[in-house]
Design a protein around this ligand. Structure first.
Ligand code: NAD
Ligand code: IPM
Ligand code: MN
Length: 362
């Protein structure tokens, strides 16, 4: 792809991936196109067929030139999900998704948990005022760094190690991002969560860096919670949180708990971001083999991920139009069955795209 980007033209790579990724991404693309058409934006899309089928067919996961190509030729990546029961090792998922996060140095994984409709939370008497949390997950190190190995594998003396990698640079940049993000979106509080009571080295670093960085953000209230308590408190009283910053693994878990508070995994988007560089947007959910191929998956998480991507690219009106369409669909019961509606994935996607298009005309 030779042509360059401009504020009115953004080049998007699309990786539907596996399972429901292949169903929700086409819907997100419909919604994205409807949003882009609003302001006469140009949105050249290129689809990549990377996923389990391709891996099983010819062994391809992340091609060697992919990272350079994304840096050079694309403004953002929209990804569905990777994971297939035929690939128990999830080798292709590790290479493609974790590979892109690490190799593009997408050190922020921003995951909003916002209650769009009071009826969707399992908690009693809670509203959007109470549940509006951003989980800012470290995305390039921790237990995901892939450092470790086996010794005497397959024997009764086997040893398996998995190192938790915490670097000064990595911890500092994610904590700083969380504070800057809170400031940018007008939030008052940042809560850092770790397990420094048990992980005396790696998470001691988080403690020290947090205490240092927060001094530079005096207007933001900062607090700390151990991860076990944090998850309890998210369920007990989510209103105490604005922005949560935590390590890679804990952020993965906290974001699924957050999804549970607002209507489930069908609704939550994620931005894998390196500010100023090509970044990757995806729903928080996986490939959901239990419901794949049935036209019942909720496309909203994927559509909202496309919305986050628009916001990242500077198209905030388009992002807002997508969010508004999701809110309207929920309000009017035009949803898939996980949210109590009776629409299929495609019909729900059509409804969102029509809503976005109609808003543009009105
Ligand atoms: P999952 O997120 O795929 O599914 C968890 C549960 O939520 C399932 O019951 C599923 O039916 C439901 N669900 C998920 N998305 C939904 C949607 N859009 N609409 C309605 N219901 C939805 O998690 P899992 O079952 O633990 O993992 C399945 C596979 O996906 C595994 O291979 C896993 O490694 C992979 N995975 C990939 C990603 C990713 O690529 N980003 C994320 C999570 C899991
Ligand atoms: C996510 C997923 C991935 C993760 C898996 C598929 C490796 O659960 O994006 O939340 O743990 O990061
Ligand atoms: Mn996850």
């Amino acid at each position: 792809m030779a042509e360059t980007s401009s504020p009115l033209r953004k080049r998007i790579a699309v990786i539907p991936g596996d399972g429901i990724g292949k169903e929700v991404i086409p819907e997100a693309v419909k919604v994205l196109k409807a949003a882009a058409a609003r302001g006469g934006r140009e949105l050249p899309l290129t689809e990549f067929d990377w996923g389990a089928d391709r891996y099983l067919r010819d062994g391809t996961t992340l091609p060697p030139d992919a990272v350079e190509m994304f840096r050079r030729d694309y403004d953002a990546i929209l990804l569905g999900a990777l994971g297939d029961p035929r690939v128990p090792s999830n080798q292709h998922g590790a290479d493609i998704l974790i590979g892109l996060r690490f190799k593009l140095d997408l050190y922020v994984n921003a995951r909003p948990c916002i209650l769009f409709d009071d009826r969707l939370t399992p908690l009693k008497g809670r509203t959007e005022k109470d549940i509006n949390i951003w989980v800012i997950r470290e995305n390039t190190e921790g237990l995901y760094a892939g450092v470790g190995g086996f010794f005497k594998k397959g024997t009764s003396d086997e040893i398996a190690t998995q190192e938790d990698i915490n670097t000064r640079k990595g911890v500092e940049r994610i904590i700083r991002y969380a504070f800057e993000f809170a400031r940018r979106i007008g939030r008052r509080r940042v809560c850092m969560s770790d397990k420094s009571n048990a992980l005396a080295y790696g998470h001691d670093l988080w403690q020290r860096v947090f205490k240092e960085v927060r001094l530079q953000f005096p207007e933001i209230e900062s607090s700390h919670m151990y991860i076990d308590n944090l998850l309890l408190q998210m369920v007990r009283d989510p209103s105490q949180f604005d922005v949560i910053v935590t390590c890679n693994l804990f952020g993965d878990i906290a974001s699924d708990v957050g999804a549970g508070l607002i209507g489930g995994l069908g609704l939550t988007p994620a931005g894998n971001i390196h500010p100023g560089k090509v970044s990757l947007f995806e729903p928080v959910h996986g490939s959901a083999p239990d419901i794949a191929g049935k036209n019942i998956a909720n496309p909203m998480g994927a559509a909202l991920a496309a919305g986050m991507m628009c916001d990242y690219l500077g198209w905030s009106a388009e992002a807002q139009a997508i969010e508004n369409s999701v809110r309207a669909a929920i309000r009017e019961g035009k949803t898939t069955k996980d949210l109590g509606g009776s629409l299929g994935t495609r019909e729900a996607g059509d409804w969102l795209a029509d809503k976005v298009a109609a808003a543009a005309k009105g």
